[in-house]
Design a protein around this ligand. Structure first.
Ligand code: GAR
Length: 199
């Protein structure tokens, strides 16, 4: 199976996925890293791992359709069967999601449905939750609301700062995302309504 990974920033999840694939834990090909942000560190990580990169910046397109069309064209060329959003901080349109129905995964840094959106770590920390953690889910038209594949609980320590707290969540992300991807690759994820059965 050919995988494309979409990133906008640092790319630590991308790195965890690349490392898992190199170790043979993920049995699929990472064909392409797509970014909406030229110069982001995730692109450096991709280049270092000899993975093709594609930068498509929204500012260079007059419509969402054209912007996503440029990405879709490359995905088709590379025969991509799974899209993995790893810190891709942009919403995909319903049309795009339809093209890859039930073939797009996302990781979010809170226990969904709590703290949706772009500041899941900060908001959970400031709220004072005692337990939180990342969620891997299928992407549907509603933001951060698709069927949940894996979650992992992280306890908030008394002496945690926002930084140490974020570090603990990222550590868990790097464990559960490769696991969820491999489950998908093996065809072990069965969506039943809102639920995902691991078969
Ligand atoms: C991750 O913590 C991921 O959960 C979050 O962005 C970070 C990307 O880090 N995604 C979202 O908040 C999506 N709503 P990374 O670039 O180091 O992988």
């Amino acid at each position: 199976m050919n995988i494309a990974i979409f990133c906008s920033g640092n790319g630590t999840n991308l790195q965890a996925i690349i490392d898992s694939q190199k170790k043979g834990f993920i049995k699929a090909d990472i064909k392409l890293v797509v970014s909406d942000t030229a110069g982001c560190f995730a692109l450096e990580r991709a280049k270092k791992a000899d993975i093709k990169t594609l930068v498509v910046e929204k500012k260079n397109f007059s419509s969402q359709k054209d912007f996503e069309g440029a990405i879709l064209k490359k995905l088709k060329e590379e025969k991509i069967g799974l899209i993995v959003l790893a810190g891709y901080m942009r919403l995909l349109s319903p049309d795009f999601i339809k093209e890859y129905k039930n073939k797009i995964l996302n990781i979010h840094p809170s226990l969904l449905p709590s703290f949706k959106g772009t500041h899941g770590i900060k908001e959970a920390f400031l709220y004072g939750v005692k337990i939180t953690g990342p969620t891997v889910h299928f992407v549907t038209e509603d933001m951060d609301a698709g069927p949940i594949i894996l979650q992992s609980a992280v306890a908030v320590m008394e002496d945690d700062t926002e930084e140490t707290f974020a570090g603990a969540i990222h550590k868990e992300e790097h464990k559960i995302y490769p696991r969820a991807i491999q489950l998908f690759v093996e065809g072990k994820l069965k969506i039943e309504g809102r639920k995902v059965k691991i078969i």
